[in-house]
Write a protein that binds this ligand. Sequence first.
Ligand SMILES: C[S@@+](CC[C@H](N)C(=O)[O-])C[C@H]1O[C@@H](n2cnc3c(N)ncnc32)[C@H](O)[C@@H]1O
Length: 243
Amino acid sequence: MFGRIACGYDRANRLLSGGLDILWRRRMVAEVIRALNDAPPFAGGAADQGKRPAGHRVLDLAAGTMDVSLGLAEALPGSVVLAADFCLPMLLAGEVKRQRRQPCSSAGRVLPLAADGFALPLPAHAVHAVTLAFGLRNMQPRSAALAEIFRVLTPGGRLYVLEFGSAGGKLWGGLYNIYLRHLLPRVGGLLAGDRAAYDYLATTIEEFPPAGELGREMLAVGFCSVRPIRLSGGIVFLHIAEK
Ligand SMILES: C[S@@+](CC[C@H](N)C(=O)[O-])C[C@H]1O[C@@H](n2cnc3c(N)ncnc32)[C@H](O)[C@@H]1O
């Protein structure tokens, strides 16, 4: 399904969110940068503390067309950003964008990685942060996906999940639901040429758990703290979980 919509995916995102999706991803990248700059990484384990910092390693899971991966690499000189997705057409669309953007020479490197989020080809404690923008909704069982992310994070590393909320409030929630059920599938179908994909989007948004419940699921796989940040009146939440 993602392969079918890969070509029109970015354009549909911009139009359907009125450009807000750019701001949501930017906020996530800013939170990652802030945390990583507070904790410079070291080439090895505890014995390397006090030595010269090496680059950060960040996994952008369900990277799609790599908007988050590119934002991270541009803001994190010397870093390696693994852009992982199991859908090659999405990664290819991202790769075309990466080559067009010509990042400055100090930017980090983006490495596309064809991989399933349930079985990441990475050793334990491999990355300092994991970002997952609009991807967790598609991963069932969620607890298995969260456990796999937990495995590859370094102790103290953070998971950043950007996902749709259900929009609180009677009026706002009602309008949002009309948008989700009626406008989104029609417009998305026209823009990306696949109405079924946008029906699926509306269904998965409705089925996604509220912030408190997702937080409990994250704590259950071992994360020690979870902080939800409400964006755009609850249309989207940024959930930050620390290992
Ligand atoms: C809605 S797109 C989000 C893409 C991107 N993160 C963004 O912000 O636009 C969801 C992506 O999740 C990917 N995906 C879904 N399940 C996956 C899995 N089990 N492993 C890896 N990628 C997955 C899809 O291929 C798709 O590219």
